[in-house]
Design a protein around this ligand. Structure first.
Ligand SMILES: NC(=O)c1ccc[n+]([C@@H]2O[C@H](COP(=O)([O-])OP(=O)(O)OC[C@H]3O[C@@H](n4cnc5c(N)ncnc54)[C@H](OP(=O)(O)O)[C@@H]3O)[C@@H](O)[C@H]2O)c1
Length: 261
């Protein structure tokens, strides 16, 4: 299967690298971007690269759209003829399947990905446009599943997904930064503190995903009465960290809704 990607920025490049990591042959990917410098490392990996977006569409069985939401309309106008009747998979936040269908003439699947695509650990959701077929869904689902986990949702939930997992890596990086800094202030070498923090986040997530215990149950298991963890958790509760995280996700989802069309 040949895959086209329009836009070699953060998300397009992460997707391309994740696909290669999952076993897609680099030469089966054509990625386009006006900026040659962004394409160069991908070309060196063996991908086909182009300055002209039409190449990404014409050389592929399906095309991912990984440009910023505000340039989607302009990009589609230039490749409309090539896209007509093909499968278009948009990663653009807030751009509806109806908007994409009307401006591309393509069968559309809309995805909210995240940057962890690069390491094959993406959390994503997708919804289908009116013209997308069950075969289209199967194909997109299998591609998304090869680089992480994915769920189908109704389109009106895509803004919630954007706030939670689309923007999610950023919240975790903030937590990791704080864990690193605290470790350093307590005397640990910075590199060790950061790796301890990152592995702890990875391990905690893995336990949840692999064994069906709830976060409440796991929290209970780490918090021995009278032990050390309860002291830390008490501080987080006093500072209302749970409320702050919920508010952050809701603010990002609200912003996604404001930007939607
Ligand atoms: N980054 C994330 O974590 C994330 C998560 C979920 C969804 N997304 C979605 O992914 C999309 C891309 O986001 P991003 O963060 O990757 O943005 P980005 O880093 O700015 O990447 C967009 C790329 O598209 C290029 N571009 C601009 N005009 C183009 C054109 N006419 N034809 C082809 N390429 C063109 C840009 O080049 P220039 O820089 O030269 O303009 C840039 O390299 C967005 O719609 C966003 O909503 C991103």
């Amino acid at each position: 299967m040949r895959i086209g990607i329009i836009g070699a920025g953060h998300m397009g490049s992460a997707l391309a690298r994740g696909l290669v990591r999952s076993g897609v042959r680099p030469s089966d990917i054509t990625i386009s971007d006006p900026d040659r410098r962004k394409l160069e490392p991908l070309r060196r990996m063996g991908m086909k690269t182009a300055g002209d977006n039409r190449r990404a569409v014409l050389d592929s069985d399906l095309t991912f759209l990984a440009v910023k939401p505000d340039v989607v309309e302009r990009v589609l106008a230039r490749v409309r003829r090539e896209l007509e009747g093909t499968l278009l998979v948009s990663l653009a936040a807030g751009v509806s399947t109806e908007f994409l269908e009307r401006r591309s003439g393509a069968r559309v699947v809309r995805v909210m990905p995240n940057l962890c695509a690069e390491v094959g650990e993406m959390a994503s959701c997708y919804c289908l446009g009116r013209r997308a077929t069950p075969e289209d869904e199967e194909l997109v689902r299998s591609i998304l599943s090869s680089i992480g986990i994915t769920f189908r949702v109704d389109e009106d939930l895509m803004n919630a997904v954007t706030g939670l997992s689309g923007s999610g890596p950023a919240y975790i990086y903030l937590v990791l930064k704080a864990m690193r800094d605290a470790g350093r202030e307590l005397g640990l070498p910075e590199e060790i503190a950061l790796k301890l923090a990152a592995q702890t986040v990875k391990g905690a997530g893995k336990m949840l995903l692999e064994d069906g215990r709830s976060p409440e149950k796991l929290l209970d298991e780490v918090c021995t009465p009278g032990g050390t963890t309860v002291e830390g958790i008490a501080v987080l509760r006093r500072k209302k960290v749970e409320d702050a995280i919920k508010d952050a996700i809701k603010a990002a989802a609200k912003r996604a809704a404001e930007l939607s069309r």
